[in-house]
Design a protein around this ligand. Structure first.
Ligand code: PHE
Length: 498
């Protein structure tokens, strides 16, 4: 049988008067403890070993109410009033004087009068008169205070003075009762018979410190084993928002795959956002109800050579061999200011600037669409965009690049399906398998000549654009996209580190 030091000490205490039944206070005193948890813990351990018997009985326990705590801090109301009265002259002891003083609030002075009368004071023509003999009142005041002190840590009803208890029960908020259990402890025969030598307290090492190791005592000590299965608090420190962390991870994957990062403005023209991508000017996605057009700036200038090229391409296919969309191209429509609806505008503008330098670039940016907010849609979201322009850039290269990216993200099962975008041919939809289901995460393809010719691109261009929040939903296992942005601290704290 392994007894803890506390158990040994308590057992020794009980053995000092082996036939006694011990109450809490006696055990505390004999063991030299002030925490009743020691008694409860050690007592229980001893009982489990059959050395001590425990008797439990239900009792009412009285402790301080909020007013009682305040009274111990500031003095009981009757004490404060009494002190005030003693300090006043006979002609400044009226009810009015009391109300004007700061001893008691208006409400308190009403109750206070009753309390003072209880202490033997009288009211004579509106002025207080102290009793002739003050001893009894002072005794009462002291008794009341020590009654409250008794209740600070909870006192069993049978230990309290019945008269004072009856008094305080009638007053509001001073004391309150709970049903509790009182225990007594007594030795069993096994406890009596135990050999004294087993009760030697040994040094128990809970924590290894430099001081401990400098001495010799530890050589004989008992080491308390760590319980690695105990629940431990989860530290809640500052950390990046999951979207920041995810963005950072995606960024490092593309950088490690040899891509450079590019950026662009939220405010763009319809020309660069759409016309440069050969999106017809009467395309439904260009309508007011889908795109945020700006009133300021309503129009933004575009270099005339691009407007001319797009006119030729859109109306007749330009020099590309395409027939174009027909109709007539509007430069005014092209100059309209809007919030970019995809980040493809960034890669296209990048190509326009350096069409004759091979490149692998990516960008992660915010886009805007007039979507109704729901489980899977946000009017502002982010795209992961990228292009490869180099000699021999091809569809297999594009597919391999995307597969590699998702594999590095932890989604090895990727498939592509035919799709349609006005600016790519062929066009792909990228899908990732998640929990047994194929989920669409983005679009990709090879830019059409109608896009690359006016820009002056020297080589084929692989291009893709994928939803960041969609990917975040997979990574974090969400079924509502809005969860990402509602600043739910509890949820944020519980997110994995990405
Ligand atoms: N811009 C497309 C979208 O917003 C994605 C895409 C980018 C498709 C590049 C093909 C090529 O969904």
């Amino acid at each position: 049988m392994e007894l803890s030091n506390n158990q040994k000490r308590m057992l020794k205490a009980l053995r000092s008067r082996p036939d006694e039944t011990w109450g809490l206070d006696e055990v505390l005193a004999e063991c030299g403890w002030d925490d009743q948890a020691h008694v409860a813990g050690a007592g229980l351990g001893l009982a489990e070993n059959g050395l001590v018997g425990i008797e439990a009985s239900k009792t009412t326990v009285w402790s301080l109410g909020p007013e009682g705590t305040a009274a111990l801090e500031n003095g009981l109301l009757e004490q404060r009033l009494w002190d005030w009265l003693e300090g006043q002259n006979t002609d400044t002891r009226s009810m009015k004087d009391l109300q004007n003083s700061e001893v008691a609030s208006k409400q308190e002075s009403g109750i206070g009068v009753g309390l003072l009368k209880g202490l033997g004071c009288a009211l004579d023509k509106g002025a207080f008169v102290l009793p002739e003999l003050t001893d009894a009142a002072i005794v009462t005041l002291v008794a009341r205070k020590s009654f409250l002190e008794q209740c600070v840590n909870g006192a069993g009803e049978s230990d309290l003075d019945a008269e004072l208890l009856a008094h305080f029960r009638k007053r509001k908020g001073l004391i309150e009762s709970t049903e509790g259990t009182t225990r007594t402890w007594s030795l069993t025969d096994a406890g009596r018979r135990l050999n004294d030598s087993t009760l030697e307290e040994r040094l128990q090492v809970v924590q290894i410190t430099p001081e401990l190791l400098q001495g010799e005592e530890w050589r004989e000590a008992d080491f308390k084993p760590y319980d690695v299965e105990l629940d431990a608090p989860i530290p809640a420190g500052g950390r990046p928002h999951p979207m920041m962390a995810l963005t950072e991870r995606i960024r490092s994957i593309f950088l490690e795959m040899g891509f450079d990062e590019i950026d662009g403005d939220f405010v763009q023209t319809a020309g660069w956002n759409m016309d440069a991508l050969f999106i017809p000017q009467d395309h439904p996605a260009r309508e007011m109800q889908d795109t945020f057009y700006l009133t300021n700036p309503e129009k933004i200038d575009i270099a005339q050579n691009f407007l001319d090229d797009w006119t030729a391409i859109h109306e007749r296919g330009g020099e590309t061999g395409s027939t174009g969309w027909g109709g007539s191209f509007s430069e005014d429509e092209s100059k309209k200011g809007l919030l970019r609806t995809h980040t493809t505008v960034n890669t296209v503008r990048y190509l326009a600037e350096t069409p004759d330098v091979p490149c692998r670039v990516f960008g992660i940016g915010r886009v805007f669409r007039k979507e109704t907010l729901d489980r899977t849609h946000l009017p502002e979201f982010h795209q992961i965009e990228g292009i490869i322009m180099e000699p021999g850039a091809s569809l297999p290269m594009l597919v391999t690049t995307l597969k590699t990216f998702y594999e590095k993200m932890g989604y090895p099962e990727v498939r592509v399906r035919p799709a349609y975008f006005p600016y790519t041919e062929p066009s792909l939809e990228v899908e990732v398998k998640w929990r047994g289901q194929w989920l669409e995460l983005g679009g990709a393809g090879i830019f059409r000549p109608e896009v690359t010719e006016p820009l002056g691109c020297k080589w084929p261009v692989c291009a893709w654009g994928m939803g960041l929040e969609r990917l975040a939903m997979l990574v974090l296992g969400l079924d509502d996209i809005r969860q990402l942005y509602i600043s739910d601290l509890e949820w944020l704290r519980n997110q994995p580190l990405l």
